[in-house]
Design a protein around this ligand. Sequence first.
Ligand code: ASP
Ligand code: MG
Length: 409
Amino acid sequence: MSLIVQKYGGTSVGSIERIKAVAAKVCKFRQQGHDVVVVVSAMSGETNRLISLAKEIQKNPAPRELDVLVSTGEQVTIALLCMALMELGQDARSYTGAQVRILTDDAFTKARIQEIDVDRMKADLQAGRVVVVAGFQGVDEAGNITTLGRGGSDTTGVALAAALKADECQIYTDVDGVYTTDPRVVEKARRLDRITFEEMLEMASLGSKVLQIRSVEFAGKYNVPLRVLSSFQEGPGTLITIDEEFSTMEQLVVSGIAFNRDEAKISVRGVPDQPGVASRLLAPIGEANIEVDVIVQNLAADQTTDITFTVNRNDMNKARQVLQKVADELGAREVVADDTVVKVSVVGVGMRSHAGVASTMFKALAADNINIQMITTSEIKISVIIDEKYLELAVRSLHTAFGLDKASA
Ligand code: ASP
Ligand code: MG
């Protein structure tokens, strides 16, 4: 008999019918002899609705009150799900984050979990009940309601699984797993049976928004086996796990192709080539709270240098303003910005032990006449910045080049 934590997202509990379907699914696991703790999100659209109500009153809603408000979404779902379980003859009890005592810091709207009290949940499980916990919320030391940031129910699920030492944390969503790339871009994208935490983090931070990034970090840190699966269709989903559990036979060198459309590129040209220049250019960017991603520096023959880096598109104009000031001070020639670029990355732990991934990647892009503007690598990822008009073509070509295409499609 095992203990499973199941998290159901907003679409999975989006109507009374769907809540009843979730209850039936939970009962099936109970009948198989498992203990089940369920974490639910608010019904789909509800959190957005609550936030817009707040914004009708305050342009920037007071964070403490916003958390009191949005946490009600999940409170509705836990009660309804327990009622649905009882109707099926399954004893169940709902708890808000504060009632469990999911203790967080006091950073309203983006709180971090510090400690979870498992006693009450364990007693209920012992008594044969299903425990239903509100996702996305906690309580701080002073008793204030806090929330964990958008998509935070994933993190609640993983954190409960870690605290309860559950055998698996199952994240039920509207897709049937993690794909080799976005199926809307590549028709031949396939569901992965397994992926490592590290790969999932790279895929997630690059825009595959299946799971909240923090939940994957959390799962990796506490080694909680995490499974992403569909609430609407049967299937094994994708298991996210540690590296060692893979057999080398089934492991592909590259697991997926990720991409990010929100990139913008800024170049400072003709900067005097002296020590300290990069830091003088980038320090004010950091102070302006702008995150810098890929950085490239080129040397020119005339003792000057060009420094180019990417930022989120929303930050481009702010970054350009900040940079223009320093560029003038340094006597740089010009600052140019370009928001028609995207980042495409190949991700895979297999890169650690296989050479030639970069050359395969560059060859595939060259064959399609796609110009690479910038390159960056990490241990398990190679990213390129290219013109946005080549995004789909690049992702499709790389998907094929690394043998990720589905056999028949
Ligand atoms: N209901 C919250 C949101 O919409 C939390 C979640 O669904 O994970 O962001
Ligand atoms: Mg979600």
